[in-house]
Structures are given as C-alpha cells and as structure tokens.
Design a protein around this ligand. Sequence first.
Ligand code: T4K
Length: 374
Amino acid sequence: MKPFNNPIFVTRPLLPNLNDISEKMQQIWDAAWLTNNGKQHQKLESELMRVLKVPYLSLFNNGTIALMVALQSLNLSGEVIVTPFTFPATIHALSLCGIKPVFCDIHNDTMNINVAKIEELITSVTTGILGVHVFGMPCDVIGIQKISDKYGLKVVYDAAHAFCTEIDGTGIGTYGDITMFSFHATKLFHTVEGGALSFNDANLKLRCDLLKNFGIKNEDEVVAIGLNGKMNEVQAAIGLINLNYIESERQKRAKIIETYCENLGKIKGISFCMPGESVKKSFQYFVIRIDKNEFGLSRDKVYEKLKNYNIFARKYFYPLCSNYSCYKELISADKRKLPVANIVASETLSLPLYGALEVDEVLQICDIIKSFKK
Ligand code: T4K
C-alpha cells in the first residue's frame, strides 16, 4: 500500500472563489466601514437566522468569546455541570468566567453528556448545565430541559460542531437558553475565525450585543463590564460568500461519509455512531471508535501508523478535559466517576473529511486502515 504524495489532513477549510472575495472587499473599501456592526455584519446576522432557523442571533469574533459572553449574560456562577469529552474551549470558558466545571460522565452511544447522571451532581451552588452536541450529535435536549425546569437551572449549548443541525426540522440553536456556534476555519461553515450565539429571548440578544461591545449603551453610558467580541466586516463578508457553498459542501461530505461507512462498517473492532433519520446532519466530522481487542490494534497505534501513509487523523477529544493538569484535582474529575468518557476518549479517531477530498482517496484511506487489522 503506497503513502499519499501530499499530506491528507483531518480537514481543509472551504475556500471560496478569490474573485468573489475581491468583489466583496471592494464594497467594504468603498464604504470605509471595517467593523462595529457594519452592513456585511447585519446581512450575515439575518442570513444566519434563516439558515439556522433561530429567532435571534448575535455574531462574535470567535466561538470561545461567544461562549464566555453567553455564560456572563445568564449570570451563571458557582458550579455548572458539563461533559469532559470536548475541546478545551468549552471548559476554559467556564473557568475564565469564575465558574467551577463539574464533570458529568457521557453516554456510550451518543458520546454526549449522560442525562441520567446529571441530577446526582446538582448542589446548592449549581446554576446551569452546559451541553456539547459533540461531532454534531444532538444532546438529549428534552431530558436536559426537564432537569433544568425541575431545578431552575439555565441551559447553554456548545454547538461548535452542529452548524445547520436540526431535530425534526427544528434548528438546534433553539434549544436551551443560549446556543453557541463556532465559525472557525476548520468548520463546515466558517468566517476564518468567528462564532455566534442564538437565542429565543430578544432581551438576551440585546444583553449579549452590549456585552460584546465593552458594555457601551451609548456615547454617554457604559452599563456593564463587557469585552470586545465583535465580528469584523471582512469576516462577515467571507461568511456571506461561504454560505453559497454550504449545501454543495454538505453533499460532498455526505458522499465521503457514505463511502467510509460502506467500507469500514463491517470491520470487526471499528464502529461509528450516526444521528437518526429525524436529525439533519452537519457532516462536520467523521469519527470512528476502535476497540483494541477486536481490531487487534489500539486507536493510538492506528493514528501513528496512518502518519506513515501521510494521513493526519486526529484524536479528538483526547486527552479528556478532566485529565488536564488544571482540572484533574477537581472531585468530579476522578477517573472512577467518568468511566465511559475515559474509554471513549481513548478509542475515538477523527478521519479526514472535507469536500475537496476525492472518493478515491477515501477508498485508499479505508484500504490502509483495513490493512492494519490483525
Ligand atoms: N467548543 C468546541 C466543542 C470546539 O470544538 C471548539 C473549537 C470551540 C468550542 C471553540 O470555538 P472557536 O473559539 O475555535 O471558534 C481546531 C479548531 O481550531 C477549533 O476551532 C475546533 N474547535 C477544534 C475541534 O479543531 P485544532 O487545535 O485541532 O486545530 P489545528 O490547527 O490543529 O487544525 C486542524 C487541522 O485542520 C490541521 O491539521 C490542518 C487543517 N487546517 C487548519 C487550519 C487552521 C487547514 O488545513 N487550514 C487551516 O487554516 O483546533
């Protein structure tokens, strides 16, 4: 089996036509308006409300800052219950807002926070639940809402991986109090760096708009301790152009995922989970789980061996956040309390997925993985 001539990365950014970008840049130059709620920003906000099927939306310079503003806007404090199986940004956003993360184990099938384990973690200082729709798989939004209603908790979702995900036609960003989206270059839809919050409550949007602009209400009043979370015009313009490519990108990715599933689906020791028919998928990641005993090789070994073939898969999300040096001393970080999350983080591997990847290349990646089977 021959290695690829050029490196195959886990993803490659969607790159729109440069002429389209130049045209948009000319409009921005002509207006001499580069940031602070310009025309591109306003247009992208309204376009995304339509695409994501959410009633209110606020754009940000990245997803992490957006998440911090969401937590601040809801006055979350004390403890927030969260999954440890996520990117560092989810947990760090809590810590940077002075909130203690309380890790909850995950569900083996969905890899999302296990709703059956949340109630036992609620204390007198718990103020919220932060769920992550990991790899675009929706959390048990109904189960989480029931718990939050019972205990009066706020619910925030990290939908960094769930652009345009819908449950039975309902936008993922309509669940909970606030949902965060990331528009980083590695995401299905991107603005190079960027993000957004979605809301059902118009007042929450107003509050977040204020908090992302230093708390400035008008020229005479600063009414809150805010930061700079604004998306600029260049980012917004690139987002507007990229929106035109999203459906074709999704179709290409769907074909790639189908190819992976057909070719890896029957291999003992390799499994993957897909959202059911009722879920519109974002196709942002394709993640397999490798059972070392059944496959004959561990996830780590597969990851290393793939590099010999110029394939750079990623071990998202290893290490588990609860095992970072900054969190491992927390009581909830005890490995015995997070058995499923610790196993899942040692078995998952994100395989290359992006529209420019050819189906022949996917077949070759599958053959290479199959050749590792013992
Ligand atoms: N919550 C969750 C659940 C998240 O996953 C993330 C971000 C956030 C919150 C925070 O949202 P942001 O503040 O970022 O908006 C990447 C992304 O940088 C990060 O946004 C994303 N999650 C995470 C899952 O993936 P890294 O450290 O893996 O990125 P990096 O630089 O290693 O890139 C991955 C691969 O992509 C490279 O091997 C090659 C390719 N690549 C990357 C870039 C930047 C390109 O081909 N071109 C590029 O320009 O975090």
